[in-house]
Each structure stands twice: as C-alpha cells, then as structure tokens.
Design a protein around this ligand. Structure first.
Ligand SMILES: [Zn+2]
Length: 314
C-alpha cells in the first residue's frame, strides 16, 4: 500500500514537472516542387495532443543555402523542422522568412538560430514592431498555456530585417518576391512568391480546410489579398494552414470570405442582428461546415463582419 502511494506520488510529480518537450513528433516533409518542401501541420488549434504544432513550415533549397518559411510555433516545432531538413540537405540555413505576427508561425525561429546563429530573419516592419511591443511575449505565454508547458524553453526570436511590398531577394539563384497586402489577416502580413518554382506562400491570408481567426484582420482586406495572390498566377499555393494546391486553394477561401461579408452587409441593411443573420447565412456556407474551426469562428466572423460593414458605411 505504501509502495503504491509512493509510486502514484512519483507519477504525479513527474507528470507535472517533466512537461517541457525536447522536440515535436515527426510529421512528413512533402516535396511540392523541385526545390520546395512543406510540412503540412495539423489543422486543430494548438493543444496538448498536437504539441502546439499546427502550421505549414517550409524549406526552399537554393544552390548555396536553405531558406525557411515560418518554422512553427515553438522551439520544439522548429527543432522538428531542422531534423527533417537534415534528411534532404546539409546546406546551411541563410534566411528565415516570417509571414505574420501570429506566434504559431514564427516562434520556431529560435530552433534555426540554435543551429545557425548567423541566420537572417525577415518579416514585415509592422510584424517586427508589434512583436517588440509585447505580442511576442503574449504568444510565448499562450503556447505554454495551450500545450500545458510542452513549449517551455521557447524564446521569441524577433526578426531583425524588414521587407516591404515589392521587395525582392535572391538567394543561391532563387528569386523571392514579397507581397504585403494591407489590412488583410493580421495587418502584418507578407506573402512570398518563389518565382522560378511558381510557388506562393500565402501566410494566413488564405487557409484551406481550416477557417482563420479574423480578430486582427479585415474581410475586405483578406479578399484583396486573395486577388493579389490569384493575379500572381502561381502553379502552387501554400496556405498558412491546410493542404497546398492550385488556385482552387485561394478561390475556395476567397469564396468563404466573400459570401460571409456580402450576406452580412445585405442583412445589415435590413436591420437584422447577428443572431438573426446566423441561421440565414449558415446554409450559404455549407461547403465550409466541415472545415476545421468553422463552428468556433462562424458566429464570431458575423460579429466582426458587422463591425467592418459599420466602419465602411461611414
Ligand atoms: Zn495567423
């Protein structure tokens, strides 16, 4: 009996004290073009089960070095990406590109710098400013809470090089072009085209099979971002979350935003409240009911769209 109590006590002790993880479990690295690889992460919000990992980290192999896009939500997620990188190349990582302020995309920067301290980390100037103003710490704490400590040890390594709309970067014979849609998903957004590969990274301006939080963004701005991406005419699009694919990826998400915003605008004219709108708009979005996050975001999106319609009607 005493032994049982001691064992149970020890188990309890360890289950609470050894929660910080070393590395996120392996996810496959998908080769989507000659030089571009993507880990398509889980679609659920960060939690204990997915170890906080949910985005689409990517690797672009140039002839001289490696460029990484959005290395994940934590030191542990970034380490998993670095481990996967070893399986395809021993070239050093020269650059990390971060698409926006949300920490599920960039807190893995630390894992790249852990191995390559000279790495340059690039992002939109507003992303850098917001991170420095306190968002970085908010995200570190949020990841800790959602994973019950798995991401402990993660430090926010804030990008130090600002890139702007229209900028270009050439690394080892590969050209990157930057597109900064205004007031889109997070007001810190950067989309990145890998020109020769005809691949475009969309950040969270476009998601596929998952519905985005829109609390920091705008519907009109996100629709405009979709149009910018479609205008580029890439063969392959990599959303912030969900599978990569052709232009359908962008069109599907644009369609969701467009239906939701325009129906809200029309019912707003008829003086309907948010709870009256909800059952009317829901059937128009039946194609999206199965997307991850639909149930938790749909009602909120209506409220946010009403605020945006109000702002735009003055
Ligand atoms: Zn985001």
């Amino acid at each position: 009996m005493n032994r049982f109590i001691i064992v149970a006590g020890l188990l309890l002790f360890f289950s609470h004290s050894l929660v910080a993880g070393e590395i996120v479990r392996d996810y496959p690295l998908d080769k989507i073009s000659d030089r571009v690889y993507v880990i398509h992460g889980p679609l659920e919000m960060p939690n204990v089960d997915n170890q906080g990992f949910m985005n689409n980290p990517a690797i672009v192999e140039t002839s001289d070095s490696i460029v990484i896009v959005d290395p994940g939500s934590s030191l542990q997620a970034g380490r998993m990406l670095m481990k996967q990188l070893e399986s395809i190349s021993d070239k050093p990582v020269s650059h990390v590109l971060n698409t926006h302020i949300h920490g599920d995309h960039w807190l893995g920067n630390q894992a790249v710098a852990e191995k390559y301290p000279e790495v340059q980390i690039l992002a939109h100037p507003a992303m850098i400013a917001k991170a420095k103003a306190g968002e970085a710490e908010v995200w570190v704490k949020l990841m800790h809470r959602l994973t019950e400590g798995f991401t402990d040890g993660t430090l926010a390594l804030i990008p130090s090089v600002a890139v702007n709309d229209g900028d270009r970067l050439e690394v080892g014979g590969v050209e990157f072009r930057f597109y900064a849609p205004e007031d889109a998903h997070s007001r810190t957004d950067m989309m990145i085209e890998v020109v020769d590969e005809s691949v475009m990274f969309l950040g969270d301006n476009v998601l596929y099979q998952r519905i985005a939080r829109m609390d920091d963004g705008s519907f009109i701005g996100s629709i405009a971002a979709c149009d910018i991406a479609l205008e580029v005419g890439s063969k392959l699009y990599v959303p912030g979350h969900g599978p990569s694919g052709g232009k359908t990826v962008v069109e599907s998400y644009r369609n969701y935003l467009d239906i939701l915003y325009n129906e809200v605008a029309a019912y707003y004219e008829d003086d309907l409240s948010d709870f009256e709108m909800k059952p009317k708009i829901r059937p128009s979005l039946s194609a999206y009911h199965s997307w991850s996050g639909f149930e938790s975001e749909f009602g909120r999106h209506i409220s946010l769209a009403i605020l945006e319609v109000e702002q735009n009607s003055f």
